[in-house]
Each structure stands twice: as structure tokens, then as C-alpha cells.
Design a protein around this ligand. Structure first.
Ligand SMILES: Nc1ncnc2c1ncn2[C@@H]1O[C@H](COP(=O)(O)OP(=O)(O)OP(=O)(O)O)[C@@H](O)[C@H]1O
Ligand SMILES: [Mg+2]
Length: 220
């Protein structure tokens, strides 16, 4: 069978989960778009300091335990550029340090976890391994972007909230930074998840608040 070679640029980004429109976007691209200077500066600072943040000594222990595994939380109104900037950070980390990165909407991750639990004979083996791959990437990628927390479907059992909390705690314990975007304010976050998780977010991420009007043309 003859298979056509995959476009190398496409091959480079496949398996990162990053949506095509955001693949390979750089911080300079975002700057040219006219990003919020504060948030952009924080993003640059984060990427520049990533190596030092994650460095370990000869015994394999973090050199800077207080920032080891630290991520970022981008909170703000819809359309203010959170996803775009966070995706640029992923691309930069990947390009500069060869970091394994992965992108997933929170809602997609929760749906996959639900499907794994309910998986029965009706789910084709191929589909199952695709789902498993994505779930493992979200858990084990060096840096993961969890997009749009708060938009996942919530049920009485609090399944989604529990999965997210467990994931964030597990990743932090393993020293793997998580970038997360949300429309929820701090108080909304405490109400939706828990006060404990809100307080944990301050430990495992640096928070940036995105202000201003939506940058989306359709919203103007
Ligand atoms: N710095 C920027 N300057 C101008 N336009 C931008 C900038 N950043 C993003 N945009 C554009 O604004 C729109 C919204 O950006 P983005 O999806 O990143 O926002 P968001 O904050 O993640 O929104 P939501 O909360 O709805 O997910 C996109 O069309 C994007 O291309
Ligand atoms: Mg977004």
C-alpha cells in the first residue's frame, strides 16, 4: 500500500491536541495582535523561567520547590484572548525546550473520562484507545492546557468537579505544570468547585485576570 507522506508541519503538531487555528502560534504573533501587555509580560516571564522553575539537582529533587510544577490560571470575560495566549505559551515551550505539551478543553476531557468508565462492547477498540491516549496525555504531558474550566457539564454526582480536582492535584504533586483558562471569577470558582480547590489554585498556578471588551469580531 502506498501512503502519502504527511505534511511535516502537520506531523509536528499532531498528537498535541492543539486546535489547528492555534498551532505554532508564538508570543510575538500574539504581541502583534495587540495583547494585554500585563498578561503578555507574564507569559514571557513564565516561558523564560520555565527551565529554572523545573530544574532538579543531582539527587533528582527540585531546585526551587516553591515554584516547581507551578502553572498559570487565566481568568476573564469571553473573547479576551486567554486561549490564544495560553496556546502560544504551549508552542513556545515546545519549540524552545522540547517540552511535551497537550491541549484539551476541560469538557472534552471530562467526556472522555465518562466514556472510559462506561465503556462496554459498543465502543470500538480503536475509539477506546484514542480516548485513552488523550486522557493519558492530559495526565502525563509535561505541560497541559486545560481550556475553559466551568463549561463542562455538571451533574448531581459532581463527577466533573471531582475529576478536575483530582487531575490538578495529581499533576501538581508530580511537578507537572497546568495552564488553565476560565470565565469564572474567584467566587464563582469556589461556588462551582470548592473553596478548597480555589485555595489550591493559588498554590499551583499564578493567576492573571484578563480585562476589557471581547476581542472577537462577532461580539463587537
Ligand atoms: N491579543 C489579541 N489581539 C486581538 N485579537 C485577539 C488577541 N488575542 C486573541 N484575539 C482574537 O480574539 C478572539 C478571542 O480570543 P480567545 O479565543 O483567545 O479568547 P478567550 O479569552 O479564550 O475567550 P473564551 O473565554 O470565550 O474562551 C479570537 O478570534 C482571537 O483570534
Ligand atoms: Mg477560550
Amino acid at each position: 500500500m502506498i501512503t502519502s507522506p504527511m505534511d511535516p508541519e502537520r506531523a509536528r503538531w499532531i498528537g498535541t491536541g492543539i486546535p489547528p487555528r492555534l498551532r505554532g502560534i508564538t508570543l510575538s504573533d500574539v504581541e502583534e495582535m495587540g495583547a494585554q501587555p500585563d498578561a503578555l509580560a507574564k507569559a514571557r516571564f513564565y516561558v523564560d523561567g520555565y527551565r529554572a522553575q523545573q530544574s532538579k539537582n543531582w539527587r533528582g529533587l527540585p531546585v526551587n520547590p516553591n515554584i516547581y510544577g507551578l502553572g498559570l490560571l487565566f481568568a476573564g470575560q469571553p473573547g479576551t484572548g486567554k486561549t490564544t495566549l495560553a496556546a502560544a505559551i504551549l508552542s513556545e515551550l515546545r519549540r524552545r525546550y522540547g517540552t511535551t505539551v497537550y491541549y484539551s478543553r476541560v469538557s472534552d476531557h471530562i467526556d472522555r473520562e465518562r466514556r472510559l468508565i462506561r465503556a462496554d462492547q459498543s465502543v470500538a477498540a480503536e475509539e477506546l484507545s484514542r480516548i485513552q491516549y488523550a486522557v493519558e496525555r492530559v495526565q502525563w504531558a509535561d505541560v497541559v492546557l486545560l481550556d475553559d474550566a466551568g463549561h463542562e457539564h455538571s451533574t448531581g454526582s459532581k463527577f466533573a468537579e471531582d475529576v478536575l480536582e483530582q487531575l490538578l492535584r495529581q499533576r501538581y504533586d508530580e511537578g507537572r505544570p497546568t495552564l488553565i483558562t476560565t470565565n469564572l471569577s474567584g467566587d464563582d470558582w469556589a461556588a462551582r468547585y470548592s473553596k478548597a480547590l480555589r485555595s489550591f489554585m493559588d498554590q499551583c498556578t499564578r493567576r492573571s485576570i484578563f480585562v476589557g471588551e471581547s476581542l472577537r469580531k462577532a461580539d463587537r
